[in-house]
Design a protein around this ligand. Structure first.
Ligand code: ZN
Ligand code: ZN
Length: 335
């Protein structure tokens, strides 16, 4: 009789005892999923997915009812032109805080407005108004620096008479970033284009902390429209909206899909004109968290600007918001 040693039968995977290697592997996979899972998206003419609806509900739940007065949520059934065409990932405050962002430091906290290309005396006045608006909106110092020429019109930088927006950032603005500049933002009369779009009103790039906007399409003359008596006021409102939107992008804010807000995407001047100049409660909190801007101070400064420039609907809205905000801030302080 010969004894044959019995071969050990391997246990099925799921019944094996958990080894440290397995635990570490599972923990690693879970962490990877937590940080790198794709965010749900909304828009593009499709109904919101269950994940996107849940994310939006969490964001809305973090805004108190008192804080929400005066704001309008975006109706997913009727989201407007931009969201009908493009898909966007909702950016919550937590998502914003988890990104690598430019933030003001004692040495670098100025928003530099850089005129690019020919500017008239009237443009210089508009730039000064935009500088004051930038200070009020972002709660940071802003200055206008002397004008510099557009890049040489060679190669593919020009398409018809439009300049490539990204090349203005890389060839004109990035080499000239001042030592105290937190954001370097170009303003030009040239019309702009970008890769897949036939034109852009402006761009804001959080990686290079530069952006540029064009005044060309903000003027009725571009559209061969008759000069209106309120033409100048309309151009100022459009320029304020565009500048704060693009600099918002430079500070890492994505398009807002929660409320009617200055951070909404817009496909046309008509759509942009219908959008408010203010940040919604979610986007306001992103800015306040980033720069430490004080709400009451920010709202007071903007109210002063709107009054000085007879922007009556904005002034009225801001007056009411400031009063509500003081109550909200007082309640938070006494808690
Ligand atoms: Zn945008
Ligand atoms: Zn918003």
């Amino acid at each position: 009789l010969k004894l044959v040693p019995k071969k050990p039968v391997p246990r099925p995977f799921l019944k094996r005892p958990l080894t440290w290697a397995n635990v570490l592997l599972l923990a690693g996979l879970a962490t990877f999923w937590l940080f790198f899972r794709p965010l749900p998206t909304v828009g593009g003419g499709e109904p919101d997915s269950a994940a996107a609806t849940a994310l939006k509900a969490r964001v809305y739940a973090a805004v108190s009812r008192q804080d929400e007065v005066g704001f309008r949520r975006i109706d997913p059934a009727n989201p407007g032109g931009w969201l009908l065409s493009f898909r966007e990932a909702p950016q919550s405050l937590e998502t914003y805080q988890s990104q690598s962002l430019i933030r003001p430091t004692p040495a670098r906290r100025t928003i530099v407005l850089q005129p690019v290309g020919a500017m008239s005396a009237a443009d210089a006045l508009l730039l000064e108004k935009l500088r004051a608006y930038t200070e009020g909106f972002f709660g940071l110092p802003a200055r206008v620096v002397p004008q510099i020429p557009l890049p040489a019109a060679q190669g593919d930088i020009l398409r018809g008479n439009q300049f490539h927006a990204g090349r203005i950032l890389s060839e004109v603005l990035q080499p000239r970033v001042a030592p105290d500049a937190m954001v370097t933002f170009g303003i030009t009369n040239a019309d702009l284009w970008s890769e897949e779009l036939s034109f852009v009103f402006g761009v804001g790039d959080d990686k290079s902390v530069t952006g540029v906007m064009s005044l060309a399409r903000l003027r009725p003359s571009f559209w061969h429209a008759k000069p209106a008596p309120d033409g100048e006021a309309r151009v100022l409102r459009r320029a304020c909206r565009l500048l704060s939107h693009e600099v918002g992008h430079v500070l890492g804010m994505w398009h807002c899909v929660f409320y009617k807000c200055v951070m909404n995407g817009s496909n046309s001047l008509l759509e942009a004109d219908a959008q408010p100049l203010h940040l919604c409660p979610v986007c306001h909190r992103k800015l306040a968290w980033n720069t430490g801007a004080d709400g009451s101070r920010r709202y007071s400064q903007l109210l002063g600007f709107y009054r000085a420039h007879r922007m009556n609907p904005e002034a009225e809205w801001m007056q009411a918001r400031l009063e509500r905000w003081k109550k909200i801030a007082a309640r938070v302080q006494t808690r």
